[in-house]
Write a protein that binds this ligand. Structure first.
Ligand SMILES: [Zn+2]
Ligand SMILES: [Zn+2]
Length: 282
């Protein structure tokens, strides 16, 4: 499978000179499977560029799967601007967590009511099917997809795709259940059972795209906001023997130079561990 990042910024799109290298668009990643199946994770502002590229390819009768991890603005704001949704003949299967009352299509059409947007969801020209998902495993576009709820102030699904011996784990928004054990060597297995299950879920991934919005120093003032300090992501990647952890959901306040420093600090932190993952920032 081939993965391309179209949006990596968390919470708020932040275009401009301070984010030129890492990018300012909110979450969207494109995953093309070996058989050509197109899977899209999240529809932040980054999905606009993906839509433009798909349109420019001139391909007719496009098909794909769109998995929305949760419906916070930064993950759905690009949805009405994804042009391939408006083209008759195209077919899109849209998946998202639906358990907590508001079903996915209701939330997305709410974003497209006239107070917010000039065109209604019903006006989409493509054939669009909505499915609500929960935890579990199901076949998705040529892969085995596994889903697990994250710790975030909205029902949010982490995804794992396994196909042809490769694995991708996508966890854009997640806060550790606990930081314990404290002052332990990097990669120490967490104590909280949910954190242990989290490590099991991501273990062995070739590419782990994980929320790394904060530093441990910043984290105490952001408790309960639903995001991770990057050191915990490194711990999980070491403990789970992940090949390549990609920091994701970058803080809009973190400019390119600060991102470089954060990655350097993360690599130093991982030095000397039994398993040293290839850390980078998406
Ligand atoms: Zn987010
Ligand atoms: Zn969120």
């Amino acid at each position: 499978m081939r993965v391309r990042f179209w949006g990596v910024r968390g919470s708020l799109a932040k275009p401009g000179p301070t984010t030129l290298r890492y990018g300012g668009n909110t979450p969207c990643i494109q995953v093309v499977m070996d058989d050509g199946t197109l899977n899209i994770f999240d529809c932040g502002t980054g999905v606009h560029g993906l839509g433009q590229e798909l349109m420019a390819s001139g391909k007719k009768n496009m098909k794909g799967n769109i998995l929305i991890t949760h419906t916070h603005w930064d993950h759905i704001q690009g949805f009405p601007f994804f042009v391939p949704l408006f083209i008759p003949g195209n077919e899109w299967d849209i998946y998202g967590p639906g358990g907590m009352g508001n079903q996915l299509n209701t939330t997305l059409s709410g974003q497209m009511s006239y107070s917010y947007f000039p065109i209604h969801l019903e006006a989409l020209g493509a054939t669009v099917r909505f499915s609500n998902l929960g935890e579990g495993t199901f076949p998705l576009g040529g892969a085995k997809a596994s889903l697990r709820y994250t710790n975030h102030p909205s029902l949010t699904l982490a995804s794992r795709l396994d196909s042809g011996g490769a694995s991708l784990v996508y966890i854009p928004d997640h806060e550790p259940h606990s930081l314990h054990p404290l002052d332990a060597p990097p990669g120490t297995i967490p104590i909280h059972h949910e954190d242990r299950s989290h490590v099991n879920f991501l273990s062995g991934a070739d590419l782990l795209v994980h929320d790394a919005m904060y530093t441990l120093e910043e984290y105490p003032s952001k408790l309960g906001w639903g995001h991770s300090p990057f050191q915990k992501v490194v711990d999980y990647a070491i403990a789970g023997e992940v090949k390549r952890p990609a920091f994701f959901h970058h803080d809009p306040m973190r400019d390119d130079d600060a991102m470089d420093k954060l990655v350097e600090e993360a690599r130093r932190y991982a030095e000397g561990a039994d398993h040293v993952p290839e850390i980078f920032a998406a």
